[in-house]
Design a protein around this ligand. Sequence first.
Ligand code: GDD
Ligand code: MN
Length: 388
Amino acid sequence: MQPQSRVKFSLIIPTYNEGKNIGAIVNQLSTLLDAALPEDYELLVVDDDSPDRTWELAQALMSDYPQLRVMRRQQERGLSTAVIRGWQRAQGQVLGVIDGDLQHPPEVLLNLLSAIDQGADLAVASRNAEGGGVSDWSPTRRFLSRGAQMLGLIVLPRVVGRVSDPMSGYFMVRRSAIGGCTLDPLGYKILLEVLGRGNIAEVAEVGYVFQERKEGESKVTWKQYVEYLMHLVKLRISSPSGRLKRLKQKLPFRRFMRFGLVGVSGVFVDMAMFYLLSDPSTLAWGLTRSKILASEVAIVNNFLWNDRWTFGDISSRQRGKRQRLRRFIKFNLVCLAGLILNVLLLNFLFNVLGINRYIANLIAIALVTLWNFWLNLKLSWRVTDTQE
Ligand code: GDD
Ligand code: MN
């Protein structure tokens, strides 16, 4: 999503065959927003090439409503993608969505906006919050709606449980909360996607009564129920359980993998140098002299890669030659201590515990790699050293 924001608020109105409603809803929304946010908002109708030519009717309104923009999509279809495409084109810091059939009362918009102003990242219009409800729904429809919500609570409690009306299609969210995320929803329920993938710290709810449709007809069929279920499962699969997630955040797996790879590259550098210096066919230096120099070259190699790659994010916050030299010296010391530890461990495992020498060496290397990693993380690339 582009970071540009030239207005405060962008409201998407997804439409499919809403020709009979479009004039009224644009009028009501403009009246409200012209008073609340003069020239600091935009209305974006995203129409999927409706056969009743809603897009054409909307375009004709643009001369009367300068804050109105219209997108006619001919390649793609679907409510959720319409909303996301709209947000991608939108210029507001706050991104919202409202149905185009007047079933969502426009006045509620102002309450949602003030919830955002008071610090919420996401403000949801809810049928199940105080002051909310549905007009006259049949028991079957109520049952289906509640059933779907219960199912969601079972499959995705941490996402669905955060709001009282997870099916709501009337809400607004700060652009910054979803800016870095890839939203890839399925079917109708875009709010699930925002809750599941967005970076939402504070949620606010505003009650509203879901109005009856006066014009046009609903596009909901059994297909939307199936898609809803598939969407829940998809979100469930892509979001690891809380415990695993926390563990992943705590343990620097990625860094450790990188550190290990760099270590392997160091072995090759060491070997090559050792050959060049000590082999009778090349320089034929003494064993110890060759080994010390080869090790040092490998250490320099490892330092450069680790500084750029493994701990690159930390290094970039500790700029300057002096800081870099300090990191290099510490790295050297840690590696040297690691080497001594390596020899001691090998001796202990082989001589005291009687483990096979190669297995003992492998264990020693593995333990020393961990030691090197932790110490370097704590000393050489210490995050607390950063200067802003
Ligand atoms: N662009 C686009 N493409 N718009 C669509 C599509 C589509 O494929 N399908 C539906 N829409 C538009 C409709 O024109 C309408 O403006 C809005 O999306 C909602 O569609 P409805 O068919 O009227 O749905 P609903 O009334 O059963 O349910 C709505 O209200 C619920 C309660 O808040 C939905 O918005 C639900 O998401 C919402 O929870
Ligand atoms: Mn509707």
